[in-house]
Design a protein around this ligand. Structure first.
Ligand SMILES: Cc1ncc(COP(=O)(O)O)c(C=O)c1O
Length: 340
């Protein structure tokens, strides 16, 4: 059997979620997120963020991104993202399909800094071109890197000073917040962004992203946007109950810590075999650079993404671990790597 390190959504959900779904199955609840599980999860998120944020559960990341962005932007406004940003590369033009341009800022490590955004402001052609209004970042980024408190504070101040909305895609926020190099809390994220989401799909849930709206101006009418985009789920309880479980006793963070630890074990295996990394990551995505013949041998037993071609003999691959990756498989991979 081929074991997959291709993504972090190859398994179902944590057993405690499955049990909670079963135990609550027949209990009647209100629809569209007005059920008691969702209400409870929302109030835990408000406690953890020390805010009176509005929280909405959305079934997937692309749907969350397009609903959030199209709710904020005027018809002629755009969003700026890193060239590696999920909305720029991997969402089939979903944002553009809502009528908004995604502007791409070059970034080597997946993060955006004020100097990356400056070229998109003060456009010389004024109203003849789109106006940049939202800064989209992800934490962890698509390269597995995380924002430091200093970086996020700098970006937040810059956005405030330039009338820009800061939106954080947190599909892997639990992994970012439990990374060894992280110095941010969920309350910091809420204080420094206007709107963000806490990922469930990649963090132990069957599906679901919890969108947290901190900026009061963005709360207004959000429910209308949700409904119109098809993002308001009648059986919202299915996501509410999952976040309710994930947020109890910090389960979501324990699961993310496990995913990070498994990735760091894989990373050490590559490093001790003398293979370099494209980029340093202490979250659950790693990017080793290997000779192509080694990649081919590993592919007989494991699946992963070939990220990019380095030269005629070498490529960079991406391996992702999840909340459910068994340590025994990681150990076996390390042994196989040392033998190929
Ligand atoms: C950072 C990030 N944002 C958003 C998404 C989109 O999520 P979905 O596949 O649920 O639409 C992904 C999916 O891989 C992602 O990695």
């Amino acid at each position: 059997m081929i074991y997959s390190f291709a993504n972090d959504y190859a398994e179902g959900c944590h057993p405690s979620i499955l049990k909670a779904l079963t135990d609550s199955n027949i209990i009647q609840q209100a629809g569209y997120g007005d059920d008691e599980y969702t209400k409870n999860a929302e109030s835990i998120i408000r406690q953890l963020t020390a805010t009176d944020a509005e929280v909405h559960m959305i079934a997937g990341g692309t749907l969350a991104n397009l609903t959030v962005l199209s709710s904020i932007l005027k018809p002629f406004e755009s969003v700026v993202a890193a060239t590696t940003g999920h909305i720029y590369v991997n969402e089939t033009g979903a944002i553009e399909a809502t009528g908004h341009k995604v502007e791409a800022a070059p970034s080597k490590d997946g993060k955006l800094r004020p100097e990356d955004i400056i070229p998109f402001l003060n456009k010389a052609r004024g109203h003849h071109v789109v106006r940049t209004r939202v800064v989209y970042i992800s934490n962890s980024t698509e390269l597995g890197t995380v924002y430091t408190k200093q970086e996020l504070s700098g970006l937040s101040e810059f956005c405030k000073a330039n009338d820009l909305i800061l939106f954080m895609d947190g599909a892997r926020l639990p992994m970012a917040l439990t990374a060894a190099s992280n110095d941010l809390t969920l309350a910091d994220i809420a204080a420094l962004t206007d709107i963000f989401y806490l990922g469930g799909t990649k963090c132990g849930a069957l599906l679901g992203e919890a969108v947290v709206i901190v900026n009061p101006e963005l709360k207004k009418d959000f429910k209308y946007h949700l409904k119109q985009r098809g993002a308001l789920t009648a059986k919202g309880r299915s996501m509410g109950i999952q976040f309710d479980q994930l947020l109890r006793n910090d389960l979501i963070f324990d699961l993310a810590r496990h995913a990070n630890l498994m990735a760091s074990k894989l990373s050490n295996a590559f490093k001790s075999s003398g293979y370099p990394m494209l980029i340093d990551s202490d979250t659950n995505q790693i990017f080793p650079v290997l000779p192509n013949h080694i990649i081919q041998k590993l592919q007989r037993k494991y699946s992963f993404l070939v990220w990019n071609i380095i030269d005629s003999d070498h490529s960079c691959i991406r391996l992702i671990t999840s909340w459910a990756t068994p340590e025994s498989i990681v150990d076996k991979f390390a042994e196989d790597l040392s033998q190929v």
